[in-house]
Each structure stands twice: as structure tokens, then as C-alpha cells.
Design a protein around this ligand. Structure first.
Ligand code: ADP
Ligand code: MG
Length: 589
């Protein structure tokens, strides 16, 4: 007896639907993408009960005539590609001709559509894949699709739905992607009769972002600058500004929101030393690439893409992020360039009990306060020694006034913008890091001979690691050479390392770098090593600094490539603007 039989069209659709339609958010995604492809200027989305009981999408796009409307419900029916060749350069969001039949096969579905110049439109009702009603309708031009009771005929799928809240959140996230990908389209989202957002059409991505997230977030974004042939546009969060989830790490390729490992890796690389561990950057990143250089037909849900030349995409993204983050420095420097008010902002204080902020001319007074700790300070390494021979641009233009040091850690300063708090430890880390990196790239970090060279044995795998990274270790100022099969000799250490025990230092370095750095680039390995070791040798939280040292610290910091965060991504400076203070004190609403 033969056991194989062809599945009915309806069952085949339901099976296929499983790949495209996982949850209500996938319905929203497919319908909104169709509206965008139909040239809509305005799309209204309404959901009830997390989209489980209803998803409705209404657009003012091109609409369909009756024949097309019926055809659109057939599997593999699409107006967007004709041949396999077209697949090589898809310019629309859809192209598989799967979404409408899939959705219609797992829900109570209704399609109402009318072409612009048609006298009447068409209204089609489908239940679980079977067409029930086809009739004329008098709706406005455009298309309206209602999807009720998703998975009502597939209990196994229905069970996998999450709570209404979670499903609604997924839908909202999906709509954010569409809204950001297409600011030129007006979007309204209503959830259970409540308007979640109502976004006017705009030609500016930044306006769309402000409408969605508010100006507090937008103020922390930098416009991407790119000089590669692969265009990288959009906005990214300033260094040190991040999230604990990937929710706002959005990337678009030719207008399509995608998840792509190459891009994610490039973002991480671009933000290296500008993000805290375990944090994700905020990115609204748009890659424009020739359609034939990217394959969008990787996954039925079209979330993933494959690049023909991933290395060049990676390179373009890393470069764009790096350049953009460094450009943020100019904004900072701007704040330190404008002249301070003559009186240091203390004009209204008349009482004798308030002593105005000490100006550099009143140095001796401040000096004496620190005098007690002078010895300790004098023993401090690196800060002055390292900075000394570095040719810097003239700092004469920088305008700031140090007010004092809070809790032996936070330097309080005034600049034209208001109050600045500097974490002196984090600041010193950043300065040392960049200084050492520069030296490593140029001539190698200066090293200091050990009184007694040390030999030591390591495990074979560590030996392999050391041998492989020998030259970078030497550039880092570690004088190391092979002494036996698994034995090494150290005779010098980098100057900034004050560990008496070379062996212990090296073992710690190996342990840390082996686990954290899987990069094969020697430069990156060196950076990691510096970041790891610098921390321990930077000015400690409680090290009191003399006024001149503080001033130099700030100047050195402002001259860094990424002054606003330490190599571990923690902020070095916090600016509290006068406007913010005025708001806090209720002087301004
Ligand atoms: P695809 O988008 O991959 O072509 P779909 O199943 O999503 O496949 O849609 C099938 C076809 O129905 C589309 O190619 C398009 O011609 C038409 N269509 C779907 N939605 C709309 C809409 N909102 N406005 C106009 N035409 C639409
Ligand atoms: Mg589609």
C-alpha cells in the first residue's frame, strides 16, 4: 500500500507558514513591509491583546485590483520579482510571495483593497486558508488587512505564544525597526485603543528618532561619518553611552532591518575600549550597498543577509564607528574652548563665608592643602613622566577652572557649559592607555632592566601562546626570550609596571589575555594588554594630586582620541550643563 500522498494546498501553506509567521510580530512585520513596498505614505497599525486577537494594518499604497487581490493569496505569487535573476538584486522588502497566504492559512483573515483610480474595491474574507467571501467594497484607496485569532486552527503553535504584554512588546520593537528604516512614512500604532505613537512623516532620520525616543537620547547620538565606498550612515551613541541589551543596536542594509554577525562583530570592534563590558552600543546604522553584493534570501523571515565580501563591510563599519567616536571629541573640546564668565560664575555670592573657587593665581593656597600628601604624590609614576615628551597641540585655548576635588576622586571643574565632573582615576587610565598604545605602535614601550633576570617554566599551551605572541610582548616592553622547550627568561619589564616579580606579572598577563582576547591581531592583543595592566597603575581613587597635576591631567585627557571614557568604557567626564542645573532648581521648565 502506498503511504506517500501530496499535502493539500491548505496544509502545505500551514506548514510553510511556520517559517514565516512565528508570532503576531511577524504578521505585523510582513504586512507593514507590504505596505512600504506598495508605496504607502501613511500606515496605521492597530493591535488587540498583543496582536493575538487582532492585527490591523491600513495603508494608502497602490492597492490591488480584484484579480491581483485573489492572486496575492496564492503561494509564490508576487509582483516583486519575475525570474531567478531578479533575486540577485532585490530592491523591495518582499519577494518570496509567501506572507499573505501564510498568514491567511493560520488566522481569520480579511483583505480590503482598492486601486487609486478604481470605482470600487475588493473585500475578501479567508478562514484558515479557505476563501469564504469575495465582494465589492467601498473603502478608501489603499489596502486594509485584518488578522484575527492567529493560530486559532493550530493549537500547537498557539501554545508557544507568550503573554499579551510580551507579544505587544515584540510588535512595538518590530514597528520601531520599520519606523526608523522609513522615516518618510507616517506611522501610527494603537494598542488596545491606546495610541502608543503617532509619527509624522519626515525627511530626517534624526527627527524620527527624536519622535520615537525623545531628545534626551538623541542628544547623546553622533552622526556617522564614513569615507568608505560602502556607505555607512545613520547615528550611533557616544562612547560610554550604552545599553544592557541589544534592543537599540539596530542595523539596516539597503533599508531592511537585519541581524548579521559580521555587522555585530564590526560594531564591537569599532567600539573597542569605548564600551563597558557586557554592554551594547546604541546604533541606528544604515549600510547602503549594491543589491547584488548582498544575498537577502537566507531566511524565510528575511531577517538575515549574507554579504558577498564580508571583510569589506566589516572594515567599512569599523572605520565609520572609529571616526565617528573620535569626532565626538571635537564636541567636547568645543565646550572647553568657549571663554568662561569673568567671575567664574560666583557673582551673586556676596557673603564672606563663601570662598570663591580658587583660580590658578591662588595656587599656593590649594598647594598647601595637598602638601601633606606631597611625598606620596611624588612617588607616583607615569603621569608626569609619560606625558612629558609627548608633543601636544597648544592647550592654551582650553578654558576650564578647577573648583576642587570631591572625595579625593572627582575633580570638579567649571567650563563654559557648566559643571564638569572628572573621575581622576578613569581619566588617568585613558591617558596612559593612549600614550602606551601610541608608543607600542611607534617604537615599542620603553622597558626597564630587572636586577636579576628570571627564568620560569610554563605549561605547553602557554608556551605555544608566548611563542606565537613573542614579538608583541617585546614591543610591549617585556624582554622575554626562549630558554628551553617550555622555559623562558625575562630580563626586563615595561617601565610603567612596577611589579618586582616579572614572572608573576607575565603569568597574570598570559592568563588574562588568553581568556579575553581571541583576536589574532597583534595590535589588538597589545591594546588588551595595555588596557588590562594600565588600570592597576593609573592614579588610584584616593591619590591626592596637586593642583598643577590635576590641570595637566585634564589637559592630557582633552588631548586624547577618546577622552570621554576609560579603556574599559566607563565615563571619564560628566558634563552637567547650566541649563540642566536651571531645570533642576526649577528656574526653567
Ligand atoms: P511578497 O511581498 O513577497 O511579494 P506577499 O505574500 O507578502 O509576497 O504579497 C503578495 C503580493 O501581494 C505582493 O507581491 C503585492 O503585489 C501584493 N500586496 C501585498 N500587500 C499589499 C499591499 N498592502 N498593497 C498593495 N499590494 C500588496
Ligand atoms: Mg510581502
Amino acid at each position: 500500500m502506498s503511504r506517500i500522498r501530496l499535502l493539500s494546498e491548505t496544509v502545505a501553506s500551514q506548514v510553510a507558514a511556520g517559517e514565516v509567521i512565528e508570532r503576531p510580530a511577524s504578521v505585523v512585520k510582513e504586512l507593514v513591509e507590504n505596505s512600504i513596498d506598495a508605496g504607502a505614505r501613511k500606515i496605521d497599525i492597530l493591535i488587540r491583546r498583543g496582536g493575538i486577537s487582532l492585527v490591523r494594518v491600513v495603508d494608502d499604497g497602490c492597492g490591488m485590483d480584484r484579480d491581483d487581490a485573489l492572486l496575492s493569496l496564492e503561494r509564490h505569487a508576487t509582483s516583486k520579482i519575475r525570474s531567478a535573476d531578479d533575486l540577485a538584486a532585490v530592491a523591495t522588502l518582499g519577494f518570496r510571495g509567501e506572507a499573505l497566504p501564510s498568514i491567511a492559512s493560520v488566522s481569520r483573515f480579511r483583505l480590503t483593497t482598492r486601486e487609486n483610480d478604481a470605482i470600487a474595491g475588493t473585500d475578501i474574507a479567508v478562514n484558515g486558508g479557505k476563501i469564504d467571501i469575495v465582494r465589492d467594497s467601498g473603502e478608501a484607496p489603499g489596502t486594509q488587512i485584518e488578522v484575527r485569532s492567529i493560530f486559532y486552527n493550530l493549537p500547537a503553535r498557539r501554545k508557544f505564544l507568550r503573554t499579551e504584554n510580551t507579544e505587544a512588546r515584540n510588535i512595538e520593537h518590530q514597528l520601531h525597526l520599520q519606523a526608523i528604516g522609513h522615516p518618510e512614512i507616517a506611522l501610527t500604532f494603537v494598542r488596545d485603543e491606546r495610541v502608543v505613537f503617532q509619527l509624522p512623516a519626515t525627511t530626517n532620520l534624526i527627527d524620527r528618532l527624536r519622535d520615537l525616543y525623545g531628545s534626551e537620547l538623541v542628544d547623546k547620538l553622533l552622526p556617522l561619518r564614513s569615507t568608505s565606498s560602502i556607505r555607512v550612515n545613520g547615528f550611533i551613541g557616544r562612547a560610554g553611552f550604552s545599553r544592557q541589551t541589544r534592543d537599540q543596536q539596530l542595523t539596516f542594509v539597503n533599508g531592511r532591518a537585519v541581524e548579521n554577525a559580521t555587522i555585530s562583530a564590526a560594531l564591537r570592534e569599532g567600539y573597542h575600549t569605548a564600551l563597558m563590558k557586557g554592554q551594547y552600543p546604541i546604533t541606528f546604522l544604515f549600510i547602503d550597498i549594491e543589491p547584488s553584493a548582498v544575498d537577502v534570501n537566507v531566511h524565510p523571515a528575511k531577517r538575515e543577509v549574507r554579504f558577498r565580501d564580508p571583510a569589506s563591510v566589516r572594515e567599512a563599519v569599523v572605520r565609520a564607528i572609529r571616526q565617528t567616536l573620535q569626532s565626538g571629541r571635537e564636541d567636547w573640546q568645543e565646550k572647553f574652548r568657549a571663554p568662561l564668565p569673568e567671575t567664574g560664575g560666583t557673582t551673586s555670592v556676596s557673603s564672606q563665608t563663601f570662598s570663591p573657587a580658587p583660580s590658578p593665581r591662588e595656587l599656593p593656597q590649594l598647594e598647601s592643602e595637598f602638601a601633606l600628601h606631597r611625598e606620596k604624590v611624588a612617588a607616583m609614576p607615569a603621569l608626569e613622566n609619560l606625558g612629558r615628551d609627548r608633543a601636544r597641540p597648544s592647550n592654551g585655548q582650553q578654558q576650564f577652572q578647577i573648583i576642587g576635588v570631591l572625595n579625593k576622586l572627582y575633580v570638579l571643574m567649571e567650563n563654559a557649559d557648566g559643571l564638569v565632573l572628572v573621575d581622576q582615576h578613569a581619566a588617568h587610565e585613558r591617558i596612559l592607555f593612549e600614550e602606551l598604545r601610541r608608543r607600542m605602535e611607534e617604537q615599542g614601550v620603553p622597558s626597564q632592566k630587572l636586577l636579576l633576570p628570571q627564568t620560569f617554566d610554563v605549561a605547553p599551551r602557554d608556551a605555544e601562546w608566548i611563542t606565537r605572541n613573542m614579538s608583541i610582548l617585546q614591543k610591549m616592553g617585556i624582554g622575554i626570550e626562549q630558554f628551553g622547550p617550555n622555559t623562558y627568561k625575562i630580563d626586563s619589564l615595561p617601565q610603567f609596571v612596577r611589579a618586582a616579580d616579572g614572572e608573576q606579572f607575565l603569568r597574570a598577563v598570559i592568563d588574562e589575555l588568553k581568556t579575553t582576547s581571541n583576536s589574532s591581531s597583534p595590535l589588538r592583543l597589545g591594546e588588551d594588554m595595555i588596557a588590562k595592566t594600565v588600570c592597576r597603575h593609573a592614579v588610584k581613587a584616593n591619590d591626592p594630586l596637586r593642583y598643577l597635576e590635576i590641570e595637566k591631567l585634564i589637559q592630557d585627557l582633552l588631548a586624547c582620541d577618546l577622552p570621554y571614557c576609560c579603556p574599559h568604557g566607563r565615563p571619564t567626564m560628566i558634563q552637567i550643563s547650566l541649563a540642566e542645573l536651571e531645570k533642576k532648581f526649577g528656574r526653567k521648565v
